[in-house]
Write a new protein. Structure first.
Length: 687
C-alpha cells in the first residue's frame, strides 16, 4: 500500500524532532520527476490542445456560457443552470483554482455565504445556518461520502485541482437523496478527460512548512479514457491562542503536524448509447499528537462502478451504479513504526438503478430503486469491548417534470424508505418555476427525512479526561427519525453580464436529536443521552449576484440571513451566525501590460467573507445550568495573483502568489483557528 512521503521538519510548537519523515530534498526530486514526466508525456502527443481549465481573461462571453452549463443535482437529469426548476448554486472549477483554494471546503467558504467550519482534531465540522455535519449531505459525482467517527466528512481527501464544479442545493432533498439531505446537498463534480492527452503538475508552499503537490494525467483513445490524480499535503502545524477573556483565561487551538496522500483512478468507456465507468480512490492521513507521543492514521478506500445505457428508442436512459466508501482510523501509541490499534471504521455502500424516461417532449419521469448499507466499528464507543453496528434502508422514488409552452414548469416527486430499524417513511416534494423574459420565479415545498445514526442509537462511551471520566455519552435505541419541511420562494434575473437572485426560505425540523444531561443514581455517574428533545426552525433570506463590468471585471457576491432557533426556548441554535456574506472580485486580461504580444493571461482576485457573532451555549456538568456565550464577528480577506505563460505550443506554465488573511485577523476566540496572515506561492505546468 502506498505510504505518504513527508519532509523533515522540527515542529515549531514543541522541541520534538520529526526527522523520521522523508527530507525536503526528496520532495524536490519528486517534483522534478513529476515535471519531467509531464513534459515527456506532452512531447509524445502532437494532438494535445490547451486545457479548458487554463487561466483565461474574464469576460461576458465566458460568464454567459457559464449560465448555459449543465447541472444535475437538483433533478438527477441534465439541465442548464438557468433553466433548472430547482435553484442551484454553482462554483466553477476555474474560479476555485483562481481563488487559490486547496480543498473543496476552502472553495465553499470563499464563495458560499452561510457555510463555515470549525476544524479540530475530530474533523472539519462544517455548518450551514446552524445545522451541522449530519444534516448536510456531501456527494462526489452523485455518490455519498461516508461520515467518519464524529459524523463529519474529511474534505482534505478531495483534490481541488480535480474539481470541475461544485453544485449546492439548499434545503431538504430527501426525495432524490434520502436520509441526511435536510440542510443542504453539496455535490462535487470531478473533471472529465475531454481531449487526447491532458496533464498538470502543481506545487504550493506556505507558512508552517505547509506543502501541497498534485498531479493529474489523462488520455482518451476513441471511446476509452483514463485519468489518474495524485495529491500530497504536509504541514508542521501551528497553535492559535485566544485573546485573554474577562477572567484572564486564554484558550488555544492546535493544528497538529500532519501528512496526507490521495490517489484516484478513473476508467471510462463511451459510445453513442453506452457509458461504463470504473473508479477507485485511496487516501491516507497521518497526524502527530506530539504532546501524547501518539500518531493517528486514517485510511480511506472508495470503489465505484456505473453503467448508463440508452436503448435504440432513445426514450429511456437506464443507469445502474454501485459505490462503497470505507473510512477507518488507527491509533499508534508511540511515535510511528510502533504497534497500532484499529480504533474506528465506517462504511457506506449504495446500489442504485435509475430510469430517466422522456414520456413526451414536455414530460419527463425519473424513477429508481436504491439499497444502502451502513456499517460502523469502534474500539470503545459502544462499550469497553470492540463492537460493530449495522443498518440498512431500501428505497423507491419517482419524480415527474412537466413543461408548458407559456414558461411554466412543475416538478413533483416522492420517495418511500424502509429502514431496518424504523420501518417505512414517505417523503414528498413539489417545485414550480415560471419563466418570463429574463426572470425566473421558483417555489418549492419539500419534506426531509433523517434516520438516527448508529452512534446516536447505540453509543456507550466513557468520555475520559486524563484518568477521570466526568461523564458518559449514551445512545438511545428508542429514538425516532428527524423530519423537516422546507419551503422556499425565489426570483432570479438573468441578462448579458448579470445574474441576480433572492430566496426566502423556511425550514422546520421536528424531533431534532440532541444530548440531555442527567444523573444516573443506579450507576452513580453523569450521562449525556441522545434524545428527540428539540424542534428547530430556520428562516432566512439568501441573496446572490454575479456581474461582469468594464469588460474584464467580474463580481460575485452573496449574503445570507439565518434566524435558526430552538422552538421551545427561542434560543439560537448553537453555532449559528445570523449574518454571513462573501465577495469575490476578479480582474482578468489576456496579456501582461509589458508583454503585449505574448500569450500570458492573468487574473487578480480579491476575496472576502464576513460572519456576525456565533451564539453558543453549554450545560454545566455539575449544576445543570445553561451558559450562553458567543464569538466575535469575523472578517477575512484574501488576495491571489494567477499568471500563465505559453512555453511550447500548448504547454502552459502557471504561477500563483497569494495572501490569505490579508489584514491579519487576530481577534481569536474560543472557536477561531486562524493562525494569522499566510503567504503562499504555487507553480506548475498544464497541457
Amino acid at each position: 500500500m502506498c505510504e505518504p512521503y513527508t519532509f523533515a521538519a522540527t515542529n515549531k510548537l514543541t522541541s520534538v524532532s520529526l526527522n523520521e519523515k522523508i527530507g525536503m530534498k526528496k520532495y524536490i526530486v519528486l517534483t522534478a520527476f513529476l515535471l519531467s514526466a509531464a513534459c515527456n508525456a506532452f512531447s509524445q502527443s502532437s494532438d494535445a490542445r490547451a486545457s479548458a481549465d487554463s487561466v483565461r481573461p474574464l469576460g461576458i462571453d465566458e460568464r454567459t456560457h457559464f449560465l448555459d452549463e449543465v447541472v444535475v443535482t437538483g433533478t438527477l437529469t441534465s439541465r442548464t443552470l438557468k433553466n433548472t426548476p430547482v435553484l442551484t448554486r454553482v462554483i466553477p472549477g476555474a474560479d476555485i483554482r483562481r481563488s487559490g483554494a486547496v480543498t473543496a471546503l476552502e472553495a465553499l467558504e470563499n464563495f458560499v455565504p452561510g457555510v463555515h467550519f470549525t476544524p479540530n482534531p475530530m474533523g472539519d465540522n462544517i455548518q450551514i445556518a446552524g445545522l451541522d455535519n449530519k444534516y448536510i449531505l456531501v456527494l462526489v459525482d452523485g455518490e455519498r461520502l461516508v461520515n467518519e467517527r464524529t459524523e463529519n466528512v474529511n474534505f482534505s481527501r478531495l483534490n481541488a485541482s480535480d474539481i470541475k464544479r461544485i453544485e449546492i442545493i439548499n434545503g431538504a432533498s430527501s426525495v432524490l437523496y434520502g436520509s441526511n439531505a435536510i440542510g443542504a446537498v453539496i455535490n462535487i463534480i470531478t473533471a472529465d478527460v475531454d481531449k487526447p492527452l491532458l496533464g498538470s503538475v502543481r506545487v504550493r508552499y506556505s507558512k508552517y512548512n505547509s506543502f501541497v503537490a498534485d498531479a493529474t494525467f489523462g488520455f482518451r483513445i476513441k471511446g476509452f479514457s483514463s485519468k489518474t490524480t495524485l495529491s500530497a499535503k504536509n504541514s508542521d502545524g501551528y497553535t492559535a491562542r485566544s485573546q485573554p477573556g474577562e477572567d484572564g483565561q486564554t484558550t488555544q487551538y492546535t493544528m497538529y503536524p500532519y501528512s496526507d496522500l490521495s490517489l484516484s483512478r478513473v476508467f471510462k468507456y463511451e459510445t453513442t448509447r453506452l457509458t461504463a465507468e470504473l473508479k477507485g480512490a485511496y487516501y491516507r492521513n497521518e497526524q502527530w499528537f506530539l504532546h501524547k507521543y501518539q500518531t493517528r492514521v486514517d485510511v480511506n478506500h472508495t470503489l465505484g462502478a456505473k453503467v448508463r445505457y440508452t436503448p435504440p428508442s432513445a426514450a429511456h436512459t437506464l443507469t445502474l451504479s454501485g459505490n462503497s466508501d470505507n473510512y477507518g482510523g488507527h491509533q499508534v501509541y508511540k511515535m510511528r513504526r510502533d504497534s497500532s490499534v484499529y480504533v474506528n471504521g465506517s462504511r457506506y455502500t449504495a446500489f442504485r438503478l435509475i430510469d430517466a424516461w422522456d414520456v413526451t417532449d414536455k414530460i419527463q419521469l425519473v424513477s429508481g430503486a436504491e439499497m444502502n448499507l451502513e456499517h460502523t466499528f469502534s474500539y470503545n464507543q459502544f462499550g469497553f469491548d470492540p463492537a460493530k453496528r449495522r443498518a440498512s434502508n431500501a428505497n423507491v422514488f419517482a419524480q415527474g417534470e412537466f413543461r408548458t409552452d407559456n414558461g411554466l414548469e412543475a416538478l413533483a416527486g416522492a420517495r418511500y424508505t424502509h429502514h431496518s430499524q424504523f420501518g417505512g417513511y414517505l417523503s414528498p416534494k413539489i417545485s414550480l418555476m415560471y419563466r418570463t423574459g429574463g426572470f425566473r420565479f421558483r417555489g418549492n415545498i419539500s419534506n426531509g427525512y433523517k434516520a438516527p445514526t448508529l452512534k446516536e442509537l447505540y453509543m456507550n462511551f466513557p468520555h475520559k479526561i486524563g484518568e477521570d471520566i466526568p461523564f458518559w455519552i449514551i445512545g438511545n435505541d428508542a429514538l425516532v427519525p428527524e423530519e423537516s419541511w422546507y419551503r422556499a420562494v425565489s426570483v432570479e434575473y438573468i441578462a448579458p453580464g448579470i445574474n441576480a437572485s433572492v430566496t426566502a426560505h423556511d425550514n422546520s425540523i421536528r424531533n431534532k436529536i440532541n444530548t440531555t444531561q442527567f444523573w444516573d443514581e443506579a450507576l452513580s455517574r453523569t450521562e449525556m443521552k441522545y434524545e428527540n428533545v428539540e424542534d428547530a426552525r430556520i428562516t432566512g433570506v439568501d441573496c446572490a449576484l454575479q456581474w461582469d463590468f468594464l469588460k474584464r471585471f467580474h463580481l460575485r457576491s452573496g449574503y445570507s440571513f439565518a434566524h435558526a432557533v430552538d422552538v421551545a426556548t427561542g434560543r439560537q441554535l448553537s453555532g449559528n451566525s445570523k449574518h454571513t456574506a462573501t465577495l469575490s472580485l476578479m480582474f482578468g486580461n489576456a496579456r501582461l501590460p509589458f508583454l503585449p504580444s505574448s500569450d500570458s493571461p492573468y487574473t487578480l482576485s480579491l476575496l472576502a467573507r464576513f460572519m456576525s457573532p456565533r451564539n453558543f451555549y453549554s450545560v454545566d456538568l455539575i449544576t445543570g445550568e445553561v451558559n450562553d456565550d458567543s464569538t466575535g464577528s469575523y472578517f477575512i480577506s484574501n488576495f491571489v495573483y494567477s499568471q500563465q505563460f505559453a512555453l511550447h505550443k500548448d504547454l502552459k506554465a502557471e504561477f500563483q502568489f497569494g495572501i490569505n488573511n490579508l489584514f491579519n485577523h487576530v481577534n481569536r476566540d474560543f472557536l477561531s483557528n486562524n493562525p494569522g496572515r499566510i503567504f503562499f506561492v504555487a507553480s506548475g505546468i498544464r497541457f
